[in-house]
Write a protein that binds this ligand. Structure first.
Ligand code: G6P
Length: 612
């Protein structure tokens, strides 16, 4: 949700800013802008993708060895050139980029207007830069001090970087609630919303903490203070990221590349955490907390979007394998209810980005009430990873396509390992079943590879249904959450209205929608419920619906009644989601491409949702 990049040093800032913005574009892509300092201050802003900005700046003065850049996902004010960041103060001295929301901006704006300030945009960000200007003017403060004092008056979330035209050899950055990483090079500094624009320049980073303000100087020194003006000695981390993972590597879209990476990413999620031959599954992150976790009164699983769907699958896994009672909650609902939480609860947060505002806030609430927090997160060093008491990274590398694919299967893999380990610890799985499951889990990456071989067939089916205005996804048991995920993938990237339902619920309403124009995608791979699924398919066929069935290899009964079938290899029932979701990812990908949609950057969406 908005990407920030900034640079100060001895090199030209422009190429660093533009490449950085392109890396961050997944966070928002409705407008982009940069400010470059080279004696003069040049600001270029453009509605649309970063490429529009590049085209606009092409013949203009782009020199300068410091600068700030921003790619926006609009919250306040429509996406246009004026509302794009950077924003400047009334006197033109300060320029600022911002990610987050200033909740009390209306009050501050009113007070500033009373003092004679006028505003060009409809953004909360412009209010913030005017506020800093006002504080700076009143007491003639250096910029870092003006930023600090101004921020004490702000309610909301922010990651900001500020440039002062009259103090051009420094940048001031601050964060609360929205992420900001400081990269330390040789006499140069980088600031960005995540490590992806920084990693090719330096591996030394500081993850700024909430209400910390960093001042970085062109001569290579830096200082971090808290909002209460206390000097802070930060921990310098090492950034681990493979640059190839951030390139498309010959694929048309990141999403397709990420779908194809899944045999590897599922393996990576398991690496060092399972050994079927020796008969163990072990998450290092549970470490000394394992007793606390296995004796939990219940698990509360929190997440949003696709991560919430992974949580729903985990409910089946933990109940089946570890016999622990589980509640899966939308973080956004949980935080605003009055949930009953005790210190005997273990809260599991699932988040690819580790920055989702609702998940973060729900965790804070749970922590306040004494629950133990466990994170299942992809982005190392992210806010959620740092807030939780313990956790495990899913290690699937940067996920850039806005629609989550490889993070989902890596999350489910990790949750499966967790359920197996806890089940074993609690003695709720028989030896024989435990070993069978371990052996089969190790086979899953190869089986995912086999499902990917059906790509051409899936593409053909996509062509047959691409013009339908609606689609329905049905599944039972472990595959009910997969139905939800399939429907989400389709609506996110192809803008086709899609609903996921437990197959048996169809007769309580959705069946009324079925006619000869309705594609119904049925995940029919549960051995335990096969007869019931066959009946559901018959019910759809009786109403002339078009049935696309995901079936287990060799299931001829369903193949005979469905219009199209896609086979997945046979596996243990708890692992079917890891295979059955793959055709659904490919199906929505091909439909979106055929409909001319921008698969990686679907309209109105952003990958990292740092606003409520
Ligand atoms: C956004 C993304 C989804 C993601 C959800 C939760 O809506 O577009 O792909 O599932 O946020 O994000 P998280 O980073 O917490 O998993």
């Amino acid at each position: 949700m908005c990407g920030i990049i900034a640079y100060i040093g001895k090199n030209e800032a422009y190429p660093i800013l533009i490449k950085g913005l392109q890396r961050l574009e997944y966070r928002g892509y409705d407008s982009a802008g940069i400010a470059l300092m080279n004696g003069n201050l040049n600001i270029y802003k453009k509605k649309g993708k970063v490429q529009e900005l590049v085209d606009f700046a092409k013949d203009r003065n782009i020199s300068g060895t410091s600068g700030i850049g921003h790619t926006r996902w609009a919250t306040h004010g429509k996406p246009d050139d004026t509302n794009a960041h950077p924003h400047t103060s009334g006197n033109g001295r300060l320029t600022l980029v911002h990610n987050g929301i200033i909740e009390n901006y209306a009050l501050i704006k009113q007070a500033l207007e009373n003092k004679g300030h006028t505003f060009k945009s409809q953004t909360d960000t412009e209010v913030l830069v005017h506020l800093i200007e006002e504080v700076q003017k009143q007491d003639n403060l250096p910029i870092e001090e003006a930023v600090r004092v101004a921020l004490t008056r702000v309610v909301g979330a922010y990651a900001i970087v500020v440039l002062d035209r009259l103090d051009p050899d420094k940048l001031v950055a601050a964060r609360k609630g929205s992420p900001l990483v400081l990269g330390i090079g040789d006499d140069e500094f980088f600031l960005a919303s995540d490590g992806t624009p920084i990693v090719e320049h330096t591996k030394k980073v500081i993850y700024l903490a909430d209400e910390h303000i960093a001042t970085v100087h062109r001569d290579g020194h830096y200082e971090i203070r808290t909002i209460d003006n206390e000097l802070h000695t930060p921990f310098v981390d090492e950034l681990y990221m493979e640059i190839e993972r951030m390139e498309k590597g010959g694929y048309d879209y990141f999403m397709l590349k990420e779908i194809y990476e899944q045999p590897t990413t599922i393996m990576d999620a398991m690496r060092g955490r399972i050994n079927a031959e020796e008969g163990w599954a072990h998450l290092g992150g549970m470490g000394e907390h394992v007793d606390k976790i296995k004796n939990a009164n219940r698990f509360i699983i929190l997440g949003c979007g696709t991560s919430w769907h992974a949580g729903l699958i985990a409910e089946y896994l933990f109940e089946d394998l570890a016999r622990i009672s589980v509640e899966v909650e939308y973080a956004s609902e949980f935080r605003y209810r009055h949930p009953v939480i005790t210190d005997k609860d273990v809260v599991i947060a699932i988040s690819q980005s580790g920055e989702t505002a609702d998940t973060y806030a729900a965790l804070e609430l749970a922590k306040k009430n004494g629950a133990f927090l466990y994170g299942i997160v992809n982005v190392v060093g992210s806010s959620i990873a740092r807030l939780t008491d313990a956790g495990s990274y899913i290690h699937c590398g940067p996920e850039i396509g806005v629609a989550s694919t490889k993070a989902f299967t890596a999350q489910v893999t990790l949750l499966t390992l967790m359920a197996l380990q806890i089940g074993r610890e609690r003695g709720t799985i028989s030896d024989e079943y435990f070993h069978r499951l371990l052996t089969e889990l190790e086979n899953i990456p190869e089986k995912v590879g086999k499902v990917l071989n059906s790509n051409e067939k899936i593409k053909y089916i996509a062509g047959e249904i691409k013009d339908s205005p609606n689609a329905m996804y049905l599944g039972r048991g472990y595959n009910f959450p997969v139905a939800l995920e399939g429907a989400l993938k389709l609506k996110e990237i192809s803008y086709i209205h899609a609903e996921g339902y437990p197959a048996a619920e169809m007769k309580h309403g959705p069946i009324a929608l079925i006619d000869e124009n309705m594609p119904v995608i049925v995940i029919a791979t549960n051995k335990s419920l096969n007869d019931k699924i066959v009946s559901n398919i018959q019910e759809v066929k009786a109403r002339k619906g078009i049935v696309i069935a995901i079936v287990t290899e060799g299931d001829h009964e369903i193949s005979r009644i469905a219009d199209y079938t896609i086979e997945i290899p046979d596996t243990e029932e708890p692992f079917t989601p890891l295979l059955s979701v793959i055709p659904l990812q490919l199906l929505s990908y091909h439909i979106a491409v055929m409909r001319g949609c921008n698969v990686d950057q679907p309209r109105n969406l952003a990958k990292s949702v740092t606003v409520e």
